[in-house]
Ligand binder design. Sequence first.
Ligand code: ZN
Length: 245
Amino acid sequence: MKLDILAFGAHADDVELACSGTIIKLGALGYKTGIITLTRGEMATRGSAEIRAKEFQEASEMIGLAVHAMLDVPDGCVEDTWENKLKIIKEIRDYKPRVVFAPYWISRHPDHEETSHLVRKAAYLAGLKKLDTAQEPSRPNKVIYYQTRFEFDPSFIVDISDFHEQKVKSILAYKSQFDHPQKAEFGDEETLISHPEFMDKIATRDKQYGAYIGVRYGEPFLVREALKVDDPVAFFGPEYLDTIP
Ligand SMILES: [Zn+2]
């Protein structure tokens, strides 16, 4: 199966927190979407690998993913090795996405930072004809970074106002991780992300980025290269009037 967008995360819930609104929106536009996590998230304070796999399945259904999968990189040990690059190259060649999403390369969790580097390198290497994996070579058109804990100056912001509610539902599919009514079933140890205020912070951040583009909710993205615009007059339509600081 060919995908239009393939998002990589270190752990299940990374992509949902950062940009499931955009992925849901792209699905609604008719694009085929997928999420692949490098690890099974077995190092999380709450829940277990089995619980998180089930939650990932539920989130995937809410987002409307065509593909979701977990690779077997040990949680907490995501490292820039050839073996790990090869795992990602094989996924890219299997699904031939037009664009891939990766975490921003500066993050609190080292697994996120390494995932960022690994995905960028694998996206390039996947296009090399002489790199033999018994698959057709395929290089995505673009690596697009989503934001985790550390902020960046976005290259663009996607309006997710109509999809924010679904985004929240996709995050709360991870009942063991966040402030869900059933979270007590998964232990009484509170973490930064299971705290009731955490979901408020997500909504506040989405509103902040929405405000930058004059809409209710937005998700920021970063690309390393300059963006090509053929017709700046048409591109910067009247909606940009509201975004002049
Ligand atoms: Zn993570």
